[in-house]
Structure formats: C-alpha cells, structure tokens
Design a protein around this ligand. Structure first.
Ligand SMILES: [Fe+2]
Length: 172
C-alpha cells in the first residue's frame, strides 16, 4: 500500500473511495475538504476509520463530524504530500470557509465554480464572485478546474464561455 496519496473531499459515498483505493493499492494519508456540506464531507468518519489520517478544512466551516485529527488551513499555505505541493486557495462564498486546492496545473475547486455555471452563494454572492474572478480565473488559461460537481473544465474555457464571467459577454 502506498501512503503518499490524498483524498480531496470524501463525498457522501466513501465506500466508492475505499474500493477504488484498494484497487489501486493506495492508502490515503491526507483528507482535504473543500467545505463541510454533506455531499463533500459526509464520508469523513468512514475514511477516518479506514485510513486513520488527518483531515484539513477552513476553520470558518462548521466542524464536520468523524475526524479524530481535524486540522485548520491557512490561505496560501502549501501542504506537502511526497513530492507534491498542494497549494491552499481560500475561495469563500458558496460557504464562508470554501477552499480550493491547487496541484501543479490542476485546481480542485469544490462548489465555487462549475463548467458553465457557478455554485450557489450560500454565504455571500460578492465573496463568491470575487473568489472566482480574482483567485481562480486569474490563473493561467490552461489550468484545469475540477469542480465538485459536473465535468472538468479549464480557466480559459470558463473565462470565455461561462455566462457568469465571460469576457465576451455582449459580443454576440
Ligand atoms: Fe456545497
């Protein structure tokens, strides 16, 4: 079993993660949460029991239950995972402590932005808008975005085609 992997969000169906990790002979050593909603953090207890590893979340989120070693993130910090640097980007607005994780040219953005859409602004619309326009869409166009729901996309694709943020708005 290889310990140097992480799980980003537990989802509400942790059995699927455990099954996949077993298939790939991986033993996750870190759980990174984008926010505390049940469909993202609901599997925490089962994964904690399976892997006995720490979990991270923004302190501003409600405490998800199930972790015996819950840690709090700092904006801009790097979490080391083997040779990987996981960069923490606070992207609040969907929830007050929403976080995105950047690994190389890929960003796991929780429920901040979706392909062609954006998350519901449960805590603040202007904060969410700023998170997306100032923290995510300022990344290089080729940066891949992996939203918490729906298909993957890229920064360039969303800048040009997302109706909420398109710079081409009104061009056609
Ligand atoms: Fe959510």
């Amino acid at each position: 079993m290889r310990r140097g992997t992480e799980v980003i969000d537990t989802g509400g169906n942790p059995e699927a993660i455990i099954k996949k990790a077993k298939e790939l002979k991986l033993q996750p050593g870190k759980i990174l949460l984008t926010h505390a909603h049940f469909d993202h953090a609901g599997g925490l207890e089962l994964l904690d029991q399976a892997y006995n590893c720490p979990a991270w979340i923004d302190e501003k989120e409600p405490r998800p239950s199930g972790s015996r070693d819950l840690k709090f993130l700092q904006d801009g910090e790097s979490i080391k995972l083997g040779n990987l640097n996981i960069e923490v980007l606070f992207t609040p607005g969907h929830t007050s402590g929403g976080v995105s994780y950047k690994i190389h040219d890929s960003v796991f953005s929780g429920d901040a932005i979706f392909a062609g859409s954006m998350g519901r602004a449960n805590s603040s619309w202007s904060e969410l808008h700023d998170s997306i326009t100032q923290r995510l869409l300022t990344l290089p166009d080729h940066t891949r975005l992996f939203p918490g729901h729906g298909p993957a996309t890229t920064v360039g694709e969303e800048k040009h085609h997302n109706p909420f943020f398109s710079t081409r708005r009104g061009a056609n």
